[in-house]
Write a protein that binds this ligand. Structure first.
Ligand code: ADP
Ligand code: MG
Length: 160
């Protein structure tokens, strides 16, 4: 498959790698590509404003793990579990979380330190709970570059 997103700065994993996408399909494919190298225990922290493309990226990751179920934002639950792929996929959306105790209540550690792949939308809201090995993905718009432009940073440390 042709990969149309472009890498604008390839760097060490520590400093992060920046990508540019120009459509939701390209963001989807970037998520798909990341998921192909996913290992058991991965935690991906996604940040970016409302409408940035976090759920688009999540759907790409699910596809890259071989999940065929439709992935939508877990609006009424904090985590949605998808078991149909190469690895279990745990999709968190913590946007509406009131208190991080809600994470304790759902037993988040079993997911974050388990054998599946976790993805957390709005991860900045629970940053103190995220493991050391978290991969940080930040999606940013740039109005000067057009409506469909996104800059996506993938890094081993917090990038926002
Ligand atoms: P979030 O989960 O961050 O709130 P969504 O993924 O639900 O955002 O929505 C992103 C919206 O932006 C979608 O309507 C999508 O079509 C649009 N969009 C436009 N360009 C892009 C792009 N390059 N990458 C991702 N989404 C894009
Ligand atoms: Mg979303």
């Amino acid at each position: 498959m042709e990969e149309r997103f472009s890498e604008i700065r390839g760097d060490s994993a520590e400093a992060g790698t920046e990508y540019e996408t120009f459509s939701q399909e390209e963001t989807f494919r970037l998520g798909e590509r990341l998921a192909r190298s996913a290992q058991p225990g991965w935690v991906v922290a996604l940040n970016g404003d409302l409408g940035a493309g976090k759920t688009v990226f999540t759907k790409g990751m699910a596809a890259g793990l071989g999940i065929r179920e439709t992935v939508s934002s877990p609006t009424f639950t904090i985590v949605q579990v998808y078991d149909g792929g190469r690895l279990p996929f745990y999709h968190f959306d913590v946007y509406r979380i009131g208190d991080i105790e809600e994470m304790e209540e759902i037993g988040y550690e079993d997911y974050f330190y388990g054998d599946g792949v976790c993805l957390v939308e709005w991860a900045g809201l629970i940053r103190e709970l995220l493991p050391e090995h978290t991969v940080w993905v930040t999606i940013a718009k740039d109005p000067d570059r057009g409506f469909d432009y996104r800059k996506i940073t993938v890094a081993r440390r917090q990038t926002f």
